[in-house]
Structure formats: structure tokens, C-alpha cells
Ligand binder design. Sequence first.
Ligand code: BMA
Length: 394
Amino acid sequence: MLMETLNIRNHGLNSSAKRYHRHAKTGKCATLILISIFVMSCKSTLLTNSTTVNVTDPNADESAKHLMLRIREIPKNGYAFGHQDATAYGMGWKNDGTSYRSDVAEVSGDFPAVYGFEIGHIELGHQQNLDSVDFDLMTRLIQKAHKSGGIISISWHPDNPVTNKSAWDPSPAVAEILEGGLMHPKYQAWVAKVADFMHGLKTQTGKPIPIVFRPFHEMNGSWFWWGRKSCTPKEFQLLWRQTYELLTNTYNVHNLLYCYSTDVVKNEKEYLKFYPGDNYVDILGIDLYHKNSTERYIELLKDNLSLLSKIGKFKNKPFAMTEGGLNMVPVEDWWTNVLDKSVANTGIAWALFWRNAWPNHYFGPFKGQKSSADFKKFKGLSHVLFLEDIKKIR
Ligand code: BMA
């Protein structure tokens, strides 16, 4: 009925009015097209593809899929620079919640692209992690790093669940916390606390913040209770899978990408010895510290990263140097001449350096530190990506 009335009215229009209407219609179309182009260009180009990306969690949040696409995109441009606890503290300062700074930014003029955080002691319900970083502050620092375009990686050094000593107590514990084990309920409650923390990582508008979660790292070493001398590969794999199932299926955490990272390895077989399976791992990592001579480290980086790259390509999974560095960086040109020369073009998505904790335990530069001038040079290399560069990969 309404349509008919409109049609009759339309028939009644004279030709100039009709022309005016035609123009108005074309104008409207053009405006709509322009608005769509503008909206599309504001929206991440990667985000529009995020339904097609493969991540292990079938119920992964859109944000986690988007993060996976960003990570896959990085090696086309170089590799990203990461720093552990970059904004939580640095040499001679601690974030009291009122400032936002980083030793790396003070030296180089830009913030890291990747932010490592640590949730050891979340399982105990503590207010602070094992390195005295307040968990509420950590949440805010994660929100800020995410908002500014950074990538967040979270490690977890849980206490030994059997002895209640630290993660570095290698007394056997894994068998006890697996399903059917006496301590399984205790472990389940621990994972519930991890889940609560992960659930709390939301943007201002309530969207989940995607995280690279890297639990039970360096398992091929023998210093942690989940290490090679404390459990069998089978037990480790079950621990990983059961933790994964608890987080995803039981506690509905869907903002995580799972990263498996070993310590330095001799060969592929050693890398894969504890590997829980392709369906439980999104990213392959390796922790490579400079502990012996420079020559030895250069060799180690080359060997281990080419091996990692081979496995990554075969499995079609992104890979990264998930921890590393030279304590106290006493080599003046370490960043450009030791590190970059060995890791550029290996295909790693990022390299993360450990925390600037104390005057004799730091892996990043700070103002006045011996390697700072070289770090500025390193920052200037077009294939080394800091926050301003990684922001553009979206
Ligand atoms: C280690 C050291 C420790 C710290 C732990 C977890 O490598 O830095 O002091 O407690 O990492 O961050």
C-alpha cells in the first residue's frame, strides 16, 4: 500500500525534479562508498582475514586469531624486539603505577614491540608475582602495551606443587598433578587462578587481550620441576595437554596462543622430545642465552635458529627466540655485531631479552650502559622492529 502511494507520487514528479533525485542518489552512493573505504582502511587488513587463520583452540577469540596473523606477518618485515618486564621496572626504578617508562625507550626513543610478563605465584593467590610485580599493575601495563600496538608474551614459573618450594626445586612433581594423581585437584585450582588472570585481561571496551602463553619452558634443562630429570617426556606432554584442556575447555579461556619453548638444543630430536603435539602448540620458541664465548654464542644462534626455522617451516608454525641475551651486556657492539648478524634473516618473529632486574642481572640496555650507543644503532636498523614499526602490522 505504502509502495503504491510512493510510486504514484514519483510519477507525479516533473523531469528536473527527477534529475535532481537521480543526482542525489548517485551522490549518496558515492558517499557510502567513500565511508566504506574509510571504515575498511581504519579496520585492520589482517583482521578481515582472521577467520581463515589456523590456531589450535577451535574456540579462539577473534583477537587471538588476529594476533596469530600479526605474528605470521612480522618475518616479512624483519624481527621484533622484546623485553621482559620492560615497563614494570628498570635499572634503578620501579613502576609505582603513576608513570609509563622503559629503559629501552629511554635509550632508543621507542618502546619494545614485544612485552614479556611473568605470572609465577598467581597460582598461590598472591598479590605480587615472584619478582614483586603487583598483578593489578601488571594487568594495567598489559592493557597499555596492547592498546599501543604491542604484543604480550606471558611466562609462568609456578612453585613446585609437591614441595611448595620454588619452580627451581627439581623434586619430581609432574606425575602427582596429572589427572588421577593425588595433587591433581590442587593443580586444577592453580590453573583456575591462571584462568582468572587471563580472563581479566580486557581492553577498555571489554574485548579480550590476546596473549602468547609460554608455560613450562626450558623443559630440556634440569633446573625446573617440569625439567628433563624430573619427569618423563610422556608426563610432560600430559601436563601440557591437561593444562591446555583445563584452560580452554574447563575454564573457557580463549585469548591465548600457546608457545612451546625449549632451552638450547643439540638437534631436532632434542627439540621435539617433549613436544606435546601440533594440536596443542601455536608458536615454537627457543631460549638462547650468551653464556660462553662470543664465537660460541654466534654458532649457537645460527645452529639453533636454523634448526628452529626448519621445524617451523615443516610444521607451518611461526617461531621466535622467546628469551635470551648476554647478562650485563659487557660487549660494546653486542646488539649489532653479535646478535643482529646472527639472527637477521633467520625468520624469527621476535627476540625477547630478559629483565633489567639488578645491577648484576640485566639483559637490556639503559642510559649510560656500555652497549647503549650500539643499541641505538641496532634500533635504527630497518629490519629490527620496535613499537612504532609493529603498530603498522595490523
Ligand atoms: C629468572 C631470574 C629470576 C626470576 C625468574 C622469573 O631468569 O631473572 O630472578 O625470578 O627469571 O622472572
